[in-house]
Design a protein around this ligand. Sequence first.
Ligand SMILES: O=C(O)c1ccccc1NCC(=O)[C@H](O)[C@H](O)COP(=O)(O)O
Length: 205
Amino acid sequence: MTRIKCCGMTRVEDALLAAQLGADAIGVVMTAHSKRQVSLAQAKAIVDAMPPFVTTVALCMDDDAGFVQEVIDVVHPSLLQFHGTESDEWCKQFGHPYLKAIAMGEGAAALYQLRDHPHAAGLLLDGHGLGEPGGSGKSFDWSLMPRDLKQPLILAGGLTAANVAEAIRIAQPWAVDVSSGIESAPGIKDPIKLRDFIAAVRAAA
Ligand SMILES: O=C(O)c1ccccc1NCC(=O)[C@H](O)[C@H](O)COP(=O)(O)O
């Protein structure tokens, strides 16, 4: 079964609908690098509203360590997700489980980054370029998804209900992650796109 993370939640009702429709995880973007940024209070409200067994993920990107600690202390996410140039050493200083995003915009040349994060609970391969924010709607060559890594791999970038089955067939990821493919506007989730996306992943399994 391919797990599903619905990211870029800015409203409690969207996150609740995702959970009700069967999403395994939801994400809130904390970093100011994002047009989907939520405040600590908004993120806490979304995380607190989640039912049991839905994993909550807070995204940061080259943010201050003090801010990341505040996110942990206030929001209490299950996982952090680092989207910038953070090193393995830097990410693990918080003693909190995390995902590390790998920018795949440069294609095969980007694969060197995969070995640099041995302490990450999982690696999220995303379609944007190095130094660029996620949530871009850009995909990458799914056949580049490695098969020989011990860490769970999460496929992200430009996924939609229309292409996710093919993406899963080619990449065989542990999980898929979607943001713009289930939106009507940045941070505003579209119930129909959300439903269709989750149904397409479940049908692919
Ligand atoms: O979503 C953002 O605005 C964002 C900004 C800065 C860092 C990360 C961000 N999102 C990361 C995600 O986890 C997205 O879900 C992922 O990049 C996939 O996005 P999309 O291509 O829109 O499905």
